[in-house]
Design a protein around this ligand. Sequence first.
Ligand code: PLP
Length: 476
Amino acid sequence: MSKAWEIENFLEVKNNQLHIDGVSAVDLAEKYDTPLFVFSEKRIKHNIKRLQKAEEGIDCPLQVCYAAKANSNHEILQVIRKAGSDIEVNSGGELQMALDAGFTGNQIIFNGSAKMESEIELAIESEIYAIQADSFYEVELIEKVAKSIGKRANVSLRLVPEIESDTLQGLQTALLTSKFGMMPEEALEAFRRWNRNDEFMNLCGIHIHIGSQNPKSEPYSDALLTLFENLLKIFNETGHKLSHLNLGGGFPVNYLRDDSHVKFMSEDQKALLSTDLDPSEIISNAWQNLKTHAEKANASNLLENIELLIEPGRYVIADAGICLTKVRNFKKRPIKQLAIGGQQFSEKDIISQSADHRPLTTDHWLLTDAGFNILLSMETYKWYYHLISAERAGEPHKTSYKLAGPLCDGGDVYFDIEGEKRLPDHRLLPESVEVGEILALLNCGAYSVAQMFPYNGRELPTILQISKSGTVKKIK
Ligand SMILES: Cc1ncc(COP(=O)(O)O)c(C=O)c1O
C-alpha cells in the first residue's frame, strides 16, 4: 500500500481506482450516481470487535452500547446488533428504530435532555436496561409515568461533574456550562429519596459522557474515578449498591492518516483530528486507576457484579462510510481577488499554501455535488474529511484546488471561510481534474446521513452497504 489513507482489505487502490472492500468506487458511482454513501459491513464489525476487546483489560463485563445518533440507518443498526453490540438512543424515535432493528429492551439505554412522557412510557414498557435521567425533575417525571402504567423503571443518572476534554467546545458535555446532566449532589439526593426497594423506581447506575472526539485518555480516567467516588458516596450514605457505571462515548477517530494537508491547519485542529488512541488502552488505564482507588478506600467489594457501559458512536461508524461525489462545475479565479474576511492574501501566504511551493496565482475551483446538507459538520464544526480522486486514486495528489459544494450558500465550501485554519484552504488532487471526475471523501460515516436534509430541494443521496461477502445492497 502506498497511500497513507489506505487500509488493507478495505480501502485500497486497484487499477488506479479507489476500491472499497474490493468493489470499484467508480463503478458504484456510475451505477448509482452521486452523491453516494457507501458503507462497509466488514469495517463496522471490525470496529466493534476492537471496542469489545477492551473487556480483556478490565475485571468486569463490558457492554458496548452503540450511540445510534451517529448513524441510525435500519440496515446498519442490524449489522451492529449482529456484531454483538447493544445500543444507546436519544429519543422515542431512535428507541423505536432500535426495537425495529431487533434490539431487545435489555440491550437499550436511553439518553436525552428533554424527554417526553410518551417516550418515557415506551422505554418503561419496553423494559429497557436504563433510562438515563438528565435532571432531578426528570427522575420525578419517570416516577410519575411508571406509576401511571404500573411498571418499575430502570434508571441511571447522568452526572455533569466539570471534567474538561480538549475537544471542540460544542462537543464537550461534562462541563457545568454544558446543557446535559445533573450535579452529583442532586444525584445523591435522588438516591436518598428513592430507596432500593422502591416499587416504581430502580435507580441502578450513574453515567458521564465527557464529549465527542476526545483527543486524550486522561479525561476518561478522571470520569471513571468520579463515577467511582459517587458510587462510594451513594453506597455509604444511602446503602444503594449500583449495578453499572457508564463511561459514555467519544472515542476518537484519526481523520488525518494522510497528513499531506496538515501543515495548513491550526495546531489545535491537527491535534484533535489526528488522534490515534486505542479504546482498549483508554479503558484499561482508567480501570486500573479506579481499582487502585477502590483498594485504597477499602471498597473493592462495590465493584463486584458491576458492569461497565460505553457508548461509542463515531468510533464504530466514521471510517466505515465513504461519500462519493462528482465534480459538476469548474472555474478559475485570480487568487488576489479572493479576500477572506476582507483580508487579502499576502504573497507569502500564497506560496506557503501551494503544495509544491510554487506561488499560486490562480485558484482552480471545483464545485462538487456534495454539500453541507449531506455533511453538516463540515459547516458547523469545520470537520475535515480527507478528499481523494476515486478515479485516479493511485496518482500523486499534489495539485491545489479550491473545493466547494453545490448549495446556494456561500458557506458551502471545503475550507474555513472564516480564515481560522480549521480546514486547509486548498485540497490536493491529481493534476487536471475536470468536470465529471469522481472524488471520494473518506471517514464520512458518522453524523452525516443521520443529519442530512434536502436544502435547496436537493435529493438525498443513495446509501449503499457492501456486505461481508462483497454484495452491494441499497439500504436507502
Ligand atoms: C450521551 C452520548 N453518548 C455517546 C455519544 C457518542 O459520541 P461519539 O460518537 O463521539 O462516540 C454522544 C454524542 O454526542 C452522546 O451525547
